[in-house]
Design a protein around this ligand. Structure first.
Ligand SMILES: Cc1cc2nc3c(=O)[nH]c(=O)nc-3n(C[C@H](O)[C@H](O)[C@H](O)COP(=O)(O)O)c2cc1C
Length: 216
């Protein structure tokens, strides 16, 4: 388990090393690593990240968002094709417009669920994958994870979201919603990452260490 953690930690450390410091006041969540139970700040950041579903209204500055996004695009990706496109919506009006269109594109209970699927995150990152690349979904997932770990290191909460993707891609007005985001025609919405300052500190959900086995 420790080996696995170190490998994951190594990837994330490399990504974060190329990101530099924050210019708009985001906190470093990893500065207390010296005194923590973890062997280094990267592992502490990984182990302390949790999905956040309750956020403060406080906006996240664009320097911080750009830094998080840069960590995203420094993720490993198949043949360095970078088969992703990222759209960051930090404007409440635009987000409300997207939610209203999503509700319009659904009926009854689904319309309400569509509006709530962003989990209250004040910033929403929409990630699209190149339809032509077999590995694009993996690339996007790695990008998303780098973003969430970078966010955690800066004191910004995050959540990976699949349900907005299902709602948008299956909505009767899907094209209209996607037009706002302006992805290239060969790209398809794949994943969302919500960002914002956390207003909760959830406990870690249990992990099954039995899923990992050494083979001799
Ligand atoms: C691909 C993917 C899709 C997810 N979709 C949603 C979602 O639609 N809504 C939600 O509340 N959480 C979603 N999550 C978050 C998971 O529920 C969460 O990561 C998991 O329960 C483990 O909790 P933790 O992130 O706090 O460790 C998603 C996570 C992943 C990786």
């Amino acid at each position: 388990m420790n080996i696995l953690r170190n490998i994951i930690g190594g990837f994330c450390l490399a990504a974060m090393a190329s990101c530099g410091g924050s210019q708009d006041g985001a906190q470093s969540a990893t500065s207390s690593a010296q005194s923590s139970e973890y062997p280094n700040a990267t592992i502490e950041t990984i182990m302390q990240r949790r999905s956040i579903r309750k956020y403060k209204p406080q906006p996240v500055g664009r320097d911080t968002l750009m830094q998080i996004a840069k960590c995203g695009i420094n993720a490993p990706n198949a043949m360095n094709r970078q088969s992703w496109e990222v759209r960051i919506v930090d404007n409440a009006e635009t987000m409300e417009k997207i939610k209203a269109l999503m509700a319009e594109g659904k009926e009854g209970e689904d319309a309400e669920r569509a509006k709530g699927c962003f989990r209250g995150a004040p910033v929403m990152t929409f990630i699209a994958r190149d339809r032509e690349s077999d590995f694009a979904a993996y690339d996007c997932a790695l990008l998303a994870e780098n973003m969430m770990i970078a966010a955690q290191s800066l004191g910004v909460g995050s959540i990976c979201l699949g349900s907005p993707v299902s709602f948008i891609n299956s909505a009767s007005n899907s094209e209209e919603i996607l037009q706002i985001l302006g992805f290239s025609p060969e790209y398809k919405l794949c994943l969302c990452v919500g960002l914002g300052y956390a207003d909760e500190a959830p406990e870690a959900r249990e992990r099954d260490a039995e899923k990992v086995k050494f083979v001799d």
